[in-house]
Design a protein around this ligand. Sequence first.
Ligand code: KG4
Ligand code: ZN
Length: 335
Amino acid sequence: MKDTYILAFESSCDETSVAVLKNDTELLSNVIASQINSHKRFGGVVPEVASRHHVEQITACIDEALEQAKISAKDLTAVAVTEGPGLVGALLIGIMAAKTFAWANHLPLIPVNHMAGHMMAGALVDKIEYPAMALLVSGGHTELVYVEKEGSYEKVGETRDDAAGEAYDKVGRVMGLTYPSGKAIDELAHKGNDTYHFPRAMMTTNEIEFSFSGLKSAFINLVHNAEQKGENPVQDDLENLAASFQAAVLDVLIAKTKLALEKYPVKTLIVGGGVSANQGLRERLTTEITDTKVIIPPLRLCGDNAGMIAAAAYIEWQKQHFAGLDLNAKPSLAF
Ligand code: KG4
Ligand code: ZN
């Protein structure tokens, strides 16, 4: 069979990324331009700022991705792009670039769900055996998705309120850490112990559901109450605070993943999304999920990147699922 080369675009949040994937797994390039330094001082991603950065970066990212892959436009098979979920203005920049590139080079256009991308990052490093379950944990999402066969996604549980990454970023702000604070909390947590015993929500229900807003409030209340008593745990006990918060998040993520695996017996557990970079989560999944194959992508594929979008697009390409040039951004796209 002829080789396929997919040029993929990702611009749903604060990373501008363009990648070239050869066939199903050979990632020839995966260029990522991060804007995080521009958003840090605002304590979160500013949508308008994100869109402007995408406009500035995207052409250079295309050139760089093609150059690193040592391929020219005429050798490509298809163009793929994240259509949602994400920030509407940010998504539109990637979509406009992808459409223009596809039109100018007479290539088919493949729309990709960003969360399917996070899931398929795993396919770039290991063989997913179906049926599979995916634990997707990012700044905007916390969900468990049943994948009966390649490309067929069914969400079986999600968070009722905050996403896991969002909880990390919100308590990170109280801890005086810069945005996004998941990685810093993870590092601090490794040096501390769970001394505060924060609440674990939904642990007694038999439902595949998460909730992290109560944990966030408990954390904030504890810090404020301590301050009123003249104590300062953020200054004096940061490692234990981080370890206690992380233990509460991970206990729930692990428990609900185990519940999902009980309810839906599968051959592979795939983990994806920015929070899958968490060392504590990676260790616990590896040691505590023993009767199902677990695929956790390497760190470079955990955060937003176009390589994962290309991997999900390859499945759609096989089914010849293409979009027209009227493709629009879908900010709330869900499985
Ligand atoms: O998937 P992602 O790059 O962007 C979204 O699609 O949301 O995820 C970003 C999220 C942020 O909330 C960040 O704090 C979190 O992933 N994150 C982590 C770690 N590294 C990134 N959370 C916990 N531990 C980490 N090591
Ligand atoms: Zn993401």
